[in-house]
Write a protein that binds this ligand. Structure first.
Ligand SMILES: [Fe+2]
Length: 281
C-alpha cells in the first residue's frame, strides 16, 4: 500500500498491484467507484479488437470529507479521483475515452465557451492531451483539428484543461498504474460520442516493432482532415491566481477556500490565468 496523502491531501492509500484505493481513516470511506469497461473504450481505440482486462479504470466521483459535504451543492465544485491501468491497448498506450465539455449556455458571453477542468497526478506519470476542433457541434466527425497540445505531468503537478479543449489522459508508463484527481463543475455532462466517431483524438501514441526495433511515437489518426496541426508541447506552471501551487494538494485548498477555485464553474473572468498556467514550447 502506498499512501497518497502527500499529493492528495486526503487520508487515502493505493495498492499498485490490485488497483485498490481506500481510506486510511476509520470513520470515513470513499464512494463506490464507477467502472469503465474495455468494451466501452474500444470505439476510441486504434485497435478496437485488442486484448485486455475487462475493467480498465475506476472513477471515484464526488469525494469529500464530512466537513465539506455541502461544497458541491453550494459552489458546483466536485472532486473526483480516477485509477487507470497501465496495460497497452493493442499498439496504443493506455488512455481514457476522452471527451469534450459542452458550452456554458447561461452566460452573457459573446463567444462560445465551455467549462474548464483541473487535473492533478497522485501516482504514476501521464500525458494530458488537449484537442481543439473547429466546432464541437457542427461536424459530428470533427473534420478539422485546430490545435493539439500535450502536457507531461508527474505526482503533485496540476494541469488545467482550458475551455473549448477536449481532453484525453494517457498513461505515460506502460505497466504502471496511474492515479489522478480533478476538480470539475458539477453542472454539466461531458460529451463522448464525437471522440468515438473519430476513433480517438487527432494523434495516437503508439508503440510498434519488436525487440531492438521497438519504437514509440505519435501517429496521425486518418479519421480527421489531413494534414493535422503539429503537436505542441506545454509545461504546466504554478498558478496562484487559480489556487494551484506545485507541492500543495488541491483538495484542501479548494475545500477550505472554494472562492480560489471559482474559475472552475465561472471561467469567463479567468481565461488569461488559465492559459498562463500552460507554458507552450
Ligand atoms: Fe473533462
Amino acid at each position: 500500500m502506498k499512501s497518497l496523502e502527500e499529493f492528495s491531501g486526503l487520508p487515502i492509500e493505493f495498492d499498485p498491484e490490485t488497483f485498490e484505493l481506500r481510506s486510511t481513516k476509520r470513520d470515513w470511506s470513499l464512494p463506490e467507484p464507477a467502472l469503465k469497461m474495455l468494451d466501452e473504450l474500444r470505439p476510441v481505440l486504434r485497435d478496437p479488437d485488442c486484448k485486455g482486462p475487462d475493467i480498465v479504470y475506476w472513477m471515484y466521483r464526488d469525494i469529500s470529507l464530512a466537513k465539506h459535504a455541502g461544497l458541491k451543492d453550494e459552489t458546483g465544485l466536485r472532486y473526483d479521483i480516477s485509477v487507470f491501468r497501465g496495460d497497452m491497448l493493442g499498439t496504443e498506450f493506455f488512455k481514457t475515452a476522452g471527451h469534450y465539455h459542452p458550452y456554458i449556455s447561461d452566460l452573457d458571453w459573446k463567444y462560445n465557451l465551455s467549462w474548464p477542468e483541473v487535473y492533478e497526478v497522485l501516482y504514476g506519470e501521464c500525458i494530458y492531451v488537449l484537442q481543439k476542433v473547429d466546432d464541437i457541434y457542427s461536424d459530428r466527425f470533427y473534420g478539422k483539428v485546430d490545435d493539439f497540445i500535450i502536457v507531461h505531468a508527474k505526482p503533485g503537478q496540476k494541469v488545467v484543461m482550458p475551455p473549448n479543449y477536449g481532453h484525453v489522459t494517457i498513461n505515460a508508463r506502460p505497466g504502471k498504474p496511474l492515479v489522478m484527481s480533478n476538480w470539475v463543475c458539477n453542472w454539466f455532462k461531458s460529451y463522448y460520442d464525437p471522440v468515438a466517431a473519430a476513433r480517438g483524438f487527432g494523434w495516437w501514441l503508439v508503440t510498434e516493432g519488436k525487440g531492438k526495433n521497438k519504437k514509440s511515437g505519435w501517429m496521425p489518426n486518418p479519421n480527421y482532415k489531413q494534414p493535422l496541426p503539429d503537436i505542441r508541447e506545454a509545461k504546466t506552471l504554478t498558478c496562484e491566481a487559480l489556487g494551484l501551487c506545485e507541492g500543495a494538494p488541491m483538495y484542501p485548498i479548494a475545500a477550505a477556500k472554494p472562492e480560489k477555485f471559482e474559475w472552475v464553474c465561472k471561467p469567463q473572468n479567468y481565461l488569461e490565468a488559465m492559459w498562463a498556467s500552460l507554458e507552450l514550447r
